[in-house]
Write a new protein. Structure first.
Length: 400
């Protein structure tokens, strides 16, 4: 029922947004299509250094909140994976496996910042690694999602509260007599200020409901859909490269002869470490995603508390000013307190589901995750097949 009411309230605005967007494709469809034209103004070049794959979505939503298009994928496809490329990957694998895990971490206030530094080092951040862009994309999307949430909870909602309080004081004289006659009150001014304040608070809540349900959630869900598409594509390519490296490692001796023993040994080691490193990259990238999403959830809670506290402070300050410094009608401070508190409680209770609604669009079940590549089975099959071939070759030579 609530969703139906929201759709009715936002129907004129959504129609106007479609007119402004013109023939732009829907967010979900755009996220699953190929690369489109580049948008140089879509993101700061100091963060990514390259254009996005598509233009940033337009419409009224973009006027209120920032929206990012789908990032360009730089992960090499499986058809490009050769021995030289495998050796390049092993540079970062050797660095990861040979680096000592920091037992005595920095004393930062938030542990996820310590974990973030470790993951950046493990994935070669700042060393032009293949995962450099992934780390930059995750940082950019985290900042954008946090910025939009802060704008809603700490800026827009308190502004709507101020507008509703001012509207209540403005409408009080016009509503005083009619409301006093309706309820049989003798104090026309007090009745008017209470009626106007409550009506203005209800109007402010409806505007907050529209702002939250349409521009904010649409912008955030588009951002997450584009990020979801990027992660899906990147993880799929890593998984494909893992499968190719695994097959090369299993079959490397089939194209070699005994005279190529040193070359065989080196190439077999490269492919074996490469497929293990691809699996570890999946794990490390997943940990970075978890780290970023945790920061988004934590910051959302902080913004929610800051916005609610600011709204209550505005309400208290307005009530004190109305009773102390300005010639307001009798009962104005109490009416302001009641309407401001009602607006704050209902609005921020509505917006406390911000992250759960946002993250509901992510489709992590479509990602090629570390738990699905089955690295233990690959190692068992690889080592077991090699041992069988050794024993077979040894017994054959013994009988001959």
């Amino acid at each position: 029922m609530l969703a139906f009411i929201i759709r009715i309230l936002t129907a004129p605005f959504r129609f106007l947004a479609r007119l402004l967007r013109g023939s732009a494709p829907p967010a979900r469809a755009a996220g699953k299509t190929g690369a489109g034209s580049a948008a140089k103004k879509a993101a700061p070049r100091e963060i990514l250094g390259e254009e996005f794959a598509e233009k940033a979505p337009g419409g009224i939503e973009a006027l209120c909140f920032r929206q990012l298009p789908r990032p360009r994928l730089t992960e090499r496809s499986a058809s490009d994976l050769g021995l030289d490329e495998a050796r390049e990957h092993l540079q970062y694998a050797d660095q990861f496996y040979n680096s000592a895990f920091p037992l005595f971490a920095r004393g930062d206030l938030f542990y996820e910042e310590v974990e973030e530094q470790y993951l950046n080092n493990a994935l070669g951040f700042g060393q032009n690694s293949i995962d450099q862009r992934f780390l930059e994309v995750m940082t950019l999307f985290r900042r954008t999602l946090n910025s939009n949430t802060k704008r809603l909870l700490v800026v827009y909602a308190p502004i709507l509260l101020i507008v509703s309080l001012a509207s209540g004081l403005t409408l009080a004289p016009a509503l005083g007599e009619s409301f006093a006659a309706l309820v049989g009150a003798s104090d026309v001014k007090s009745a008017g200020i209470f009626a106007a304040s409550l009506l203005a608070a209800a109007g402010g809540f409806i505007l907050t409901l529209i702002l939250f349900s349409w521009p904010f959630l649409v912008a955030q869900q588009r951002n997450l859909l584009n990020l979801d598409n990027y992660i899906t594509s990147k993880f799929a390519r890593i998984n494909n490269n893992f499968q190719v490296a695994k097959r090369r490692a299993l079959n490397v001796e089939r194209n070699m002869r005994m005279a190529q023993a040193d070359e065989l040994k080196e190439e077999a080691g490269v492919w074996t470490m490469t497929y293990q490193w691809f699996a570890m990259r999946l794990l490390l990238c997943e940990l970075m995603i978890r780290n970023r999403f945790y920061q988004i959830r934590r910051n959302t809670i902080l913004y929610w508390l800051a916005g609610a506290f600011a709204s209550l402070a505005i309400t208290g300050g307005a009530a004190y000013a109305a009773g102390r410094f300005f010639p307001a009608p009798d009962g104005a401070p109490l009416a302001i307190l009641a309407s401001g508190a009602a607006f704050t409680v209902f609005s921020y209770a509505l917006m406390q589901r911000t992250t759960s609604v946002m993250f509901s669009v992510l489709e992590a079940n479509e990602w090629s995750r570390f738990c699905l590549v089955n690295l233990p089975k690959t190692i068992r099959d690889h080592v077991g097949e090699d041992k069988v071939q050794i024993v077979t070759f040894r017994d054959r030579n013994r009988f001959e």
